[in-house]
Design a protein around this ligand. Structure first.
Ligand SMILES: CC(C)(COP(=O)(O)OP(=O)(O)OC[C@H]1O[C@@H](n2cnc3c(N)ncnc32)[C@H](O)[C@@H]1OP(=O)(O)O)[C@@H](O)C(=O)NCCC(=O)NCCS
Length: 180
């Protein structure tokens, strides 16, 4: 799917395929310190990415590419189900978790492409696919730092709600989106 970003560039949205892993490594290498302070759901080296995506279906990633250069400019990953180490905390809010209908989500956009509508577009692209695959609820991967205003706004804008907060290197929010 092609969209137009707020800087009038054509952007291609699509699912990640194993062939993209080298290019994706380059995307992570270019992330700046401010983004890396906010984003680190998994290892960014080639081996970690290979391990992550070798079992089809467990992790699914969606990417945005600059249509002119084919460079990856955004990456969102969703894990089927929930992270075991978040289970206790999420249950404390009264959630009954499911590996079938929950998805755990972590979005990112390249520094110079942030705030141009790419994150929102990639989210809606992903959501349509998740609906087709029976996902009913999206949980944030490790929550969101409460002072990450850009991301908190982005989640609220996309219908997420705050479940509660927890301390881990500062204050964080757990947020979820129920999909109807
Ligand atoms: C959070 C992130 C994924 C959002 O994607 P994006 O492409 O920058 O966001 P968009 O341009 O699509 O904007 C979506 C919404 O985000 C919020 N937002 C975006 N830029 C913002 C800014 N500079 N200040 C405040 N809110 C902002 C707004 O609510 C915006 O909606 P609006 O345009 O209708 O006001 C992206 O900024 C990012 O990768 N940040 C660094 C990594 C990160 O924090 N990941 C999340 C970890 S939990």
């Amino acid at each position: 799917m092609i969209i137009q970003s707020k800087n009038n560039r054509q952007v291609l949205l699509r699912k990640l395929i194993p062939h993209d892993i080298d290019k994706l490594t380059g995307y992570f290498q270019k992330l700046g310190p401010e983004t890396l302070k906010r984003y680190g759901p998994h290892g960014f080296d080639k081996q970690s990415l290979f391990e992550l995506f070798k079992n089809a279906g467990y992790h699914t990633a969606y990417i945005a590419e600059d249509a002119e250069t084919s460079e990856i400019i955004a990456y969102s990953v969703i894990l089927s189900g929930y992270l075991e180490h978040d289970n206790f905390r999420l249950q404390s809010y009264g959630l009954t978790l499911s590996h079938k209908t929950d998805g755990t989500f972590a979005p990112s956009v390249a520094d110079e492409w942030q705030s141009l509508g790419v994150g929102n577009s990639l989210f809606h692209f992903m959501l349509a696919d998740l609906k087709l695959n029976g996902i009913k609820r999206i949980i944030l991967w490790g929550g969101v730092q409460s002072d990450n205003q850009k991301a908190v706004n982005y989640y609220l804008k996309n219908g997420f709600r705050i479940l509660g907060e927890f301390e881990y290197n500062g204050r964080n929010y757990d947020m979820i989106l129920e999909i109807y």
